[in-house]
Design a protein around this ligand. Structure first.
Ligand SMILES: Cc1ncc(COP(=O)(O)O)c(C=O)c1O
Length: 387
């Protein structure tokens, strides 16, 4: 792409964003948020007990069609709880994509387990099933139907796949591989509330999935997360773990396990409930924003707007562009930053960070290439919605 072409696209972007949010992703509030928050304050139920938490869980069950939902203080906490519930510890490995937000791999480290990084595909930006299968074939030795890494001798107990920017991985193909190797499938759908694969909400394919309601997500509860879970027993145990494993004993304090303080608070759930009421409008706005960007980038040589993969109905959380090469991206960034337009490099492969560089890993060529050639652009719902 020539300097001239790059400037033309940047000017189009500037025009589209004029007098609107140029930041990456601002939340939007135009519903019952204040009314519900007032209710919490008036009744004194501002903390871990209160009816909004249960309402939020029920509304999420309805929307995602997950059998059970446990609301948590964050998406990271939700991941940590699942891994703890599965007894994942220092002798275990958890497969995780090379390209994801650090929280996914941190949750594994909290349990003293080892992340084992696998590569992604360009189509979905999620774990590539073909590469996963090839990698497992090379490293796995099976003992009593359990999969062990023959090099590290550790038990490969689970995989956390990530639905990046609201796009779905090839989740059915990955699920089959998990079944074959007896590996628990956990879906990090932190960025994917309102995203579906063949009409099924992301995070509901395996036994466990998580969502995030951080302030920068499609809808927010200020901070918060949720576990989407299939079995009633697991849901009850996860809820128990998230509340210091406190037993219900009148006048007394009994705890039967080391638990966590990871329950969502009523104030957060109140905001979450109000946001859920407007989720469909917000999703429609996000699609409108994606279409507007599509128009802006339609004749851009060397830059492609990343589309939802086949069968995925995406929430288009962060609009992302893919450049033919690194140099075109740097040229584009120089022009964009002169206009004060919010932009963000995407994630550097976690294995390249010192904190993870001793972890086992497959080749991460696509993770690296995607990191070097992509850019997130301003994607706030307000760009597509009139309050
Ligand atoms: C892919 C991914 N996983 C996990 C998280 C963690 O969620 P939270 O910020 O709610 O802890 C985030 C986002 O922040 C994320 O983008």
């Amino acid at each position: 792409m020539s300097e001239k072409d790059s400037k033309i696209i940047v000017n189009k972007l500037e025009k589209y964003l004029a007098n609107k949010s140029k930041r990456l992703h601002d939340p939007i509030f135009f519903g019952n948020e204040i009314r519900y928050l007032n209710k919490c304050i008036e009744t004194g139920f501002v903390s871990y007990v209160g009816k909004f938490v249960e309402t939020f869980e029920k509304k999420l069950c309805n929307f995602t069609k997950s059998k059970f939902v446990v609301a948590t203080s964050s998406g990271t906490a939700a991941l940590h709880l699942i891994l703890d519930y599965l007894n994942i510890g220092k002798n275990d490995e958890v497969l995780v994509p090379g390209y994801t937000y650090v929280a996914t791999a941190n949750a594994i480290k909290y349990c003293k387990a080892t992340p084992n990084f696998v590569d992604i595909d360009t189509e979905t930006l999620g774990v590539c099933p073909k590469k996963l299968e090839n990698y497992l074939r090379k490293i796995i030795i099976k003992k009593k139907n359990k999969s062990f890494n023959k090099h590290t001798k550790k038990h490969i107990k689970a995989i956390i796949i990530v639905h990046v920017y609201g796009f779905s991985c090839k989740v059915n193909a990955i699920k089959k591989i998990c079944k074959k190797y007896n590996i628990e499938l956990i879906e990090d759908a932190a960025e994917a509330v309102g995203s579906f694969y063949k009409k099924k909400h992301l995070g509901t394919f395996g036994n466990f999935g998580i969502l995030s309601f951080n302030g920068n997500k499609t809808i927010t509860s200020g901070g918060g997360g949720a576990i989407l879970v299939k079995s009633k027993t697991a849901a009850q145990k996860l809820k128990h773990l998230s509340t210091h494993s406190k037993l219900k004993v009148k006048f007394d304090h009994f705890h039967d396990k080391i638990g966590f303080n990871y329950r969502m608070i009523n104030l957060a759930a109140a905001v979450g409930c109000a946001q859920l009421e407007n989720l469909k409008l917000i999703l429609a706005a996000k699609l409108k924003i994606f279409k507007a960007y599509k128009n802006i980038f339609k004749n851009a040589k060397g830059i492609n707007l990343i589309n939802a993969p086949k069968y995925c109905q995406s929430n288009y959380w962060l609009i992302t562009v893919l450049f033919e090469d690194k140099k075109i991206r740097e040229k584009f960034i120089r022009n964009l930053s002169k206009k004060g337009i919010g932009l963000r490099y995407t994630w550097r492969p976690l294995k390249s960070l010192k904190i993870f560089n001793d972890c086992p890993s497959d080749k991460l060529d696509v993770s690296k290439s995607i990191f070097e050639r992509t850019l997130n652009l301003p994607s706030s719902p307000a760009l597509g919605i009139k309050k």
